[in-house]
Design a binder for this molecule. Structure first.
Ligand code: NAP
Length: 322
């Protein structure tokens, strides 16, 4: 039978293996885009404070609930804590703001967006603040360790406000350390994952810890070219890659579906974003069929260890993946 969910540790919650990503969904479109995604069958919405559209994303979710398309418990809402709120004194206020913006009573999964503790910017001063202090053009760190941040996440679980908690953009070293003091183990690690950045050792080790993986930016450079990221501009587009196109043609699928299916078949969830209803629908159709082993093996050969979402690629002195 087709696998459509991943089971999360501790709660046993079934996380949909295909969700909808909210990054770069324009504020004026977000309510309708999210509503349309849910109407077309998406049951996981992946947002973040940093995307600056949680009010509108929340409106889309609530509209779908109000119209009876889904019940709250049938939709899995993920969001993420931004880097400027890592201090144990700032987590709860940041979370409360997000929950209020989303107009929900709880989230299904709350992630630490990046292991980068940036100097706090008060919510009233700028929201979401991005990477800099207002009026400045350099990143500034603050001394907010992960071992103090994680217990604040655990309190959100205890309070019934986050059903599951997890992490993003972390490597084995950090996760190994986190597991030495976590009372509640992370349920999910969200990472950049596509054929140019396969991270097979990380994926295998994390899955062995009973932590599920969500792959982001499944189409590789496509998402980063418009941001002017150098490595993405130089890379051959994955969606038009000869091997991906040939596999797609041979199986009567689109290249996007092949890229998404490749991750799903490795046991990882995917969260594609699209502004087009047709692409939304086809992106969701990746669980009822599979790629044969030779196609998976062909894609394995495309690994370049090439990352696009690296803060140092945006010009910040934050080489967190080194
Ligand atoms: N944790 C993190 O640090 C992190 C970082 C990045 C992303 N994410 C999450 O992951 C989600 C997905 O990643 P992403 O937004 O970087 O990239 P993505 O979903 O891999 O790609 C989005 C781009 O691909 C296009 N696209 C979508 N479906 C397509 C199709 N079937 N054929 C051709 N083009 C297609 C979209 O354009 P159209 O809209 O025009 O279709 C858009 O330009 C985000 O929305 C966000 O929720 C998390």
């Amino acid at each position: 039978m087709a696998q459509t969910t991943l089971t999360l540790n501790r709660t046993g919650d079934k996380m949909p293996i295909v969700g909808f990503g909210c990054w770069k969904v324009a504020n004026e479109d977000a309510e309708n885009t999210i509503y349309t995604a849910i109407k077309n069958g998406y049951r996981l919405i992946d947002g973040a404070a940093d995307y600056g559209n949680e009010v509108e994303v929340g409106r889309g979710i609530n509209k779908a609930i109000k119209e009876g398309i889904v019940k709250r418990e049938e939709i899995f809402v993920t969001t993420k804590l931004w880097n400027t709120y890592h201090s144990k004194d700032n987590v709860r206020a940041a979370f409360d703001k997000q929950l209020k913006d989303l107009n929900l009573d709880y989230v299904d999964l709350y992630l630490i967006h990046f292991p980068v503790p940036l100097k706090n910017v008060p919510i009233e001063t700028a929201y979401p603040p991005g990477w800099y202090q207002p009026g400045e053009d350099k990143v500034q760190l603050e001394r907010s360790p992960l071992h103090e941040l994680w217990p604040e996440f655990e309190k959100l679980v205890d309070a019934g406000l986050a059903r599951n908690i997890g992490i993003s953009n972390m490597n084995v070293q950090l996760i190994m350390d986190l597991l030495t003091y976590a009372k509640i183990k992370p349920s999910v690690l969200q990472i950049e994952l596509h054929p140019y950045l396969q991270q097979s050792v990380l994926v295998k080790w994390v899955q062995e810890q009973d932590i599920q993986i969500t792959a982001y930016s499944s189409f590789g450079p496509a998402s980063f070219v418009p941001l002017g990221v150098d490595s993405a501009k130089k890379a051959a587009p994955l969606l038009q890659h000869d091997d991906i196109s040939a596999i797609a043609k041979a199986h009567n699928k689109t290249p996007a579906q092949v890229l998404l299916r490749w991750s799903v078949q490795r046991g990882c969830a995917v969260i594609p974003k699209s502004s087009s209803e047709d692409r939304m629908v086809s992106n969701a159709d990746v669980t009822s069929w599979s790629l044969p082993e030779d196609a998976m093996a062909k894609i394995t050969q495309l690994d370049l260890n090439l990352r696009f979402n690296d803060p140092s690629g945006y010009g910040f002195n934050l080489p967190i993946f080194s």
